[in-house]
Design a protein around this ligand. Structure first.
Ligand code: GAP
Length: 442
């Protein structure tokens, strides 16, 4: 992230280049909801896939799940969200603005209308969105939009154990939408009402939870390093007693240095046997686990790793953004994405369209589609085309010229160094794969 990275610049780049738009913009927008445009959805999917591979493919004892967003309302009574998932709020009696008590000074005038002494007494405000299922709109038909994906995993714990032959310790991973009625939604997509989470619940034998907690803390920080995020922009924050969520015994956040300062990116929580015990009580179903070898039956403890996918998108964009002054005095805006995350990995650019060069380049781009996400661009001066690709974070540009027609070689340009090398077309795929595998950001 450059010193010059500001949220305004990111928001503007995201809109200009089709990463992220405000929801319902033509109607004046909807606060707390965002649309991911052509490049944004690809970036988000790439981050999701990177996480999914890391958690499921790279661990032989973690399986996947995709639970529904709408669940039986009892789930949220059992989980404690109906009674505890609240923020204390005050309203300004004058202008009716609502604030979280930890985000304003209650002895000062209202920050919106300036009226002194206008705040109501703090009241707990539940963050869950509710709606009605079925034709009747009364208390019996209330359902909630899930505020975390984790509960789907707990509720399906027994199904997974019985169907997948998993043995403790094992994990269940899930990616999906969550919803929270957040009152303060500033800072772009950082805190929104509709967002996506990437969560993994790791079920362990009681007494081994602290050891696994420490293991997962190491794994999760290593993940962000692997993703190419600068190490000095990541740090740990341990929750104090006053910060702990109602379900957690110990919690650490991985924080990232966002343009507005250090903020939470992911939480690693020791949730003990809290959730499974609650669901056992509320459902009346046995959620214990039988350890066949030790002939031992218990309610497992859970170590949870809980990352925001959409918040990861903001982190990746913030960390990648740079404005560089080039030797000729020009400046360029560049996104230094890790190549595996870049929405466009390879751009194919004919130096000129005529004399068969355009046709050759078009065919080359088609051939590369099987391997990489590609983009073909033949319009404008080559320097401007490179800048456009830098600005969306394309790590490799291939330029086709007259020599290509003679000797089947092309130039391969690297986004970060802007260095260009001549590569035989036959070796391109292998070379790009190798460069991606060994990529480190300068
Ligand atoms: N299951 C545990 C859980 O949900 P959390 O700390 O409330 O824990 C985990 O949320 C992660 O989800 C956060 O670290 C953040 O990345 C993301 N997240 C939470 N609320 C969010 C919101 N309103 N908008 C965007 N991301 C959010």
């Amino acid at each position: 992230m450059a010193e010059t990275t500001t949220m305004d610049k990111l928001v503007s780049l995201c809109k200009r280049r089709g990463f992220i738009f405000q929801s319902s913009e033509i109607y004046g927008g909807l606060t707390g909801a965002w649309d991911y445009g052509p490049l944004g959805v690809q970036l988000k999917n790439n981050i999701r896939d990177f996480w999914w591979k890391e958690m499921t493919q790279m661990h032989d004892n973690i399986v996947g799940l995709d639970a529904s967003i709408l669940m039986h309302p009892k789930v949220w009574e059992a989980s404690g969200h109906v009674s505890n998932f609240t923020d204390p709020m005050v309203d300004c009696r004058q202008c009716k603005s609502r604030f979280r008590t930890d985000q304003i000074e209650l002895d000062k005038p209202c920050p919106v209308c300036g009226t002194a002494g206008s705040f109501t007494e703090p009241r707990n405000f539940n963050l869950m969105f509710s709606t009605h299922m079925g034709a009747v709109h009364d208390d019996s038909s209330v359902v909630y939009l899930r505020p975390e994906t984790a509960q789907g995993i707990y509720v399906d714990f027994k199904n997974v154990v019985q169907s997948s032959r998993v043995k403790i310790p094992f994990g269940i991973a899930q990616v999906g939408k969550s919803f929270r009625n957040e009152i303060t939604t500033k800072n772009f997509i950082f805190r929104s009402c509709e967002f996506e989470q990437m969560e993994m619940q790791y079920f362990v034998e009681p007494g081994t939870d602290e050891q696994w907690f420490s293991y997962w803390r190491d794994q999760r920080m290593a993940f962000y390093h692997k993703m190419g995020i600068r190490a000095d922009h990541l740090r740990w924050h341990r929750h104090g007693e006053d910060e702990l969520a109602f379900y957690a015994k110990v919690a650490y956040d991985i924080q990232f240095l966002f343009p507005m300062g250090w903020q939470e990116l992911e939480g690693v929580h020791n949730r003990t046997d809290y959730d499974l015990t609650q669901h056992q009580q509320f459902s009346g179903k046995d959620l214990t686990y039988l350890d066949q070898e030790q002939k031992n039956r218990y309610v497992p403890y859970v170590v949870e790793t809980s990352a925001g996918l959409t918040r990861n998108v903001l982190m990746v964009l913030s960390d990648a953004y740079d404005e560089e002054t080039l030797p000729e005095g020009d400046t360029r805006t560049v996104l230094h994405f890790h190549p595996s995350l870049a929405p466009v990995m390879v751009a194919v650019l004919p130096l000129v369209k005529k004399d068969g060069i355009g046709t050759y380049a078009e065919q080359l781009e088609k051939n590369l589609r099987e391997e990489f996400s590609t983009f073909y661009d033949q319009s404008g001066a080559i320097g401007r085309r490179y800048r456009r690709m830098d600005e969306i974070g394309t790590p490799y540009c291939i330029t086709v010229d007259y020599q290509s027609l003679e000797d089947q070689t092309v130039t391969l340009r690297f986004r970060d160094s802007m260095q260009q090398i001549r590569v035989p077309v036959a070796e391109l795929v292998q070379r790009i794969r190798q460069e991606t595998k060994t990529y480190t950001r300068a």
